[in-house]
Write a protein that binds this ligand. Structure first.
Ligand code: BTN
Length: 252
């Protein structure tokens, strides 16, 4: 899939999204933050064919081989109160999962930020907020055939799951179409968004371990609250988690 195909697909992006392609960037999230601070408008989508310092959450490196995956960041200037911005991660994960669905594959949401196919991670999302903007970074393994040993056991791609090559341009356009809808639902229509997230939540009913700002936890996931929190039943009672890291499924 060439740069021309990506540019052609960009002509059909919903408002306000406009594509900027870089052959190489350290991290698209960092580049978009710099552009945002310089006044770039909402809707900028910066895609890098290669990231030399792509970042995941907690400072982990993000592997995105040139031309095989999608690595891009979206600039938003949300009008919603900042307390609602964490919901953008759920809207994004849902949009990515729905876009994967348009490719004929079934994707789930591993709250809060990952998109899984089966029991493996196909996409990761990194939302970073500035004073008056948010940067939504998305890394999706589209045609990746081989992963480095450290993630080979937990990562997958559309190609590995679908046994064919997918058009990155079509997948990108589908993500932005789905995201344009879901992004509007983080305030008044959040019930609709959460209903759809619950349908795809891969953690519900499962025993998990995770880390919170208050320390590690182990428990059974009872679901996702109306506010988007993870409902975790631990020996100490029911906890409502706004954010967590290192979420791992445990054998039941
Ligand atoms: C995670 O799962 O830990 C989040 C991964 C986010 C990766 C994307 S790729 C595009 C954007 N630029 C980055 O440096 N990171 C995000």
């Amino acid at each position: 899939m060439s740069r021309e195909d990506l540019s052609t697909a960009a002509a059909d992006f919903p408002d306000p999204f406009r594509l900027l392609i870089r052959e190489s960037a350290e991290s698209t999230n960092d580049e978009v933050r710099i552009l945002a601070q310089a006044g770039a408008p909402e809707g900028l989508v910066l895609l890098a064919e290669q990231q030399t310092a792509g970042r995941g959450r907690r400072g982990a490196a993000w592997f995105s081989p040139t031309g095989e995956s999608l690595a891009f960041s979206i600039l938003l200037r949300p009008q919603e109160p900042k307390s609602l911005w964490p919901r953008l991660a759920l809207a994004t994960g849902l949009a990515v999962a729905e876009a994967i669905g348009t490719c004929g594959l079934e994707a789930g949401i591993k709250w809060p930020n990952d998109v899984w196919i089966g029991q493996r991670k196909a996409a990761g999302i990194l939302v970073e907020a500035g004073a008056d903007f948010a940067v939504i970074g998305i890394g999706l393994n589209v045609n990746t055939n081989e992963f480095p040993p450290e993630v080979a056991g937990i990562a997958t791609s559309l190609r590995m799951e679908g046994s064919r090559v997918f058009s990155r341009a079509d997948v990108l356009a589908a993500i932005l179409r789905k995201f344009a809808n879901r992004r509007r639902q983080i305030d008044a229509d959040f019930g609709t968004l959460i209903f759809a997230v619950r349908q795809r939540c891969v953690l519900s009913g499962n025993r998990v371990s995770l880390t919170t700002a208050c320390g590690p936890r182990t428990g059974i996931v009872e679901g996702i609250s109306d506010g988007g929190e993870l409902l975790l039943r631990t020996d100490a009672g029911l906890e409502r988690l706004i954010q967590a890291d290192e979420v791992r499924l445990l054998p039941t």
